[in-house]
Ligand binder design. Structure first.
Ligand code: FES
Ligand code: FES
Length: 156
């Protein structure tokens, strides 16, 4: 089947098998390998991207289901400089091996966009519950999200 979607502002058309997962499409067809695969049970969140403005685990979606969609991956998050969430993870040492980090950041961006600067630690931990990190113990990730929330402000 032929699918067309916009990823990081650029349109891509590819012939794919109906069973191809979106995460595999992103990594193999588009060579955007910042989106990681960390499990085969849809639990780790390493594959999280933005699909039509929502944080989605891209291993839970077939590529054909994203036909016509607008996607952002970690590679498309930065503007002229790092996104405030990327900068905050850097500043607060919110990573060690970095494997979970792209997915963690993509989830955290949408969490902050929803709640703005009013996020409590409990809300951050709850909001990131679908993203697993085996290295950090989460404390510095929470600090990073708090910093980014302050800088990004906003909220609905
Ligand atoms: S690879 Fe998608 S949730 Fe783990
Ligand atoms: S930094 Fe290693 S899994 Fe999170």
């Amino acid at each position: 089947m032929q699918v067309t979607m916009t990823v990081n502002g650029k349109s891509y058309t590819r012939d794919v098998e109906p069973r191809l997962l979106l995460v595999d499409f992103i990594r193999s067809e588009l060579a955007l390998t910042g989106t990681n695969i960390g499990c085969d049970t849809s639990q780790c969140g390493a594959c999280t991207i933005h699909l039509n403005g929502k944080a989605v685990k891209s291993c839970t979606v077939f590529a054909v289901q994203a036909a016509g969609a607008e996607l952002t991956t970690i590679e498309g998050l930065a503007g002229t400089g790092l996104h405030p969430m990327q900068q905050a993870f850097w500043d607060k040492h919110g990573l060690q091996c970095g494997y979970c980090t792209p997915g963690m950041i993509m989830t955290a961006v949408k969490l902050v966009e929803r709640h703005g600067g009013t996020l409590s630690e409990e809300e951050i931990r709850h909001g990131l519950a679908g993203n697993l990190c085996r290295c950090t113990g989460y404390q510095n990730i929470v600090k990073a999200v708090q910093q980014a929330a302050t800088e990004m402000g906003g909220g609905d």
